[in-house]
Write a protein that binds this ligand. Sequence first.
Ligand SMILES: [Zn+2]
Ligand SMILES: [Zn+2]
Ligand SMILES: [Zn+2]
Length: 292
Amino acid sequence: MPIHEHWHATAAAKGFEITCRVDDRYHLMLRCEACGQEHRSKLHVLMTSQPLCPHCMDARWRADAEAAGLVWLGRDPEDRHYGFYQAPCGHRLRRQFELVKRIAAGECAHRCERCQNEKEEAEAKARGWSLIGPAPTKGPGHRRYRHSCGHEQEIARANMQSGRFNCASCGEGWSTAPSFIYCMRFALPGLAPLVKLGFSRNPDSRLHWQLKRSPDLSGHILRSVPIRNGHTAQSLEKKMHAALRRDHRDSVIPSERYRPWLRVKSEIYAAGLQPVILKLLDDLDTGLRATD
Ligand SMILES: [Zn+2]
Ligand SMILES: [Zn+2]
Ligand SMILES: [Zn+2]
């Protein structure tokens, strides 16, 4: 089968060289000038539009994947905008090429939905619940969960993490469980010492797993007083904060200062208030004993 001169000219103008004709009168082999590799093309595509070299495209997808911290596995035969990638966690992800480009450019981060799901399931399990799925009517911050009593409920994920919610059916939860009011002291980089007053079902876990953004930050519990339940602890703690803010306004530390180190928005005071707070806790302790 002959290769006409004007075909050669068209191919050259589009960055290819025709090496031979194949299969039937409609197909030929094109060699890419950029990468030197050949692919089979329709004559019609060569003459009417810009042929795309599949080897160059593959190399670009592979490079984008690498720049995004992923491993290129191949394109999705079902959708020309999507490819398969291996994430650093080992899971296989299906992602749009454009999204991977944006991740590579640092415009957004990649998130493995399977890892995310496992993490959320573990959070729920730790509190005696199981994750069912999203809660579309309540928004992206909520999930649908099932309690060990069988009841299903939509709960904010943040509340599932902190444990500050109750089962609407059996009533089990933070407000009925025993709690503590605590005082913690922090020595954060570049800041004068700080103290925190708060309540928690588990002050130790609150300090190490929720408050501190990094495990090497210095913080410890000075005192914690047991309270009969979370509901009482919360109302006592609120009153104490109101009194502290009223009588020691200058000791209230603005949240911008400690936000880089602590996951909390208020309840932090200059360490000069430590004796005052410990005295409040002492009074609380003896007061509770007196009433018990
Ligand atoms: Zn090429
Ligand atoms: Zn994963
Ligand atoms: Zn329940």
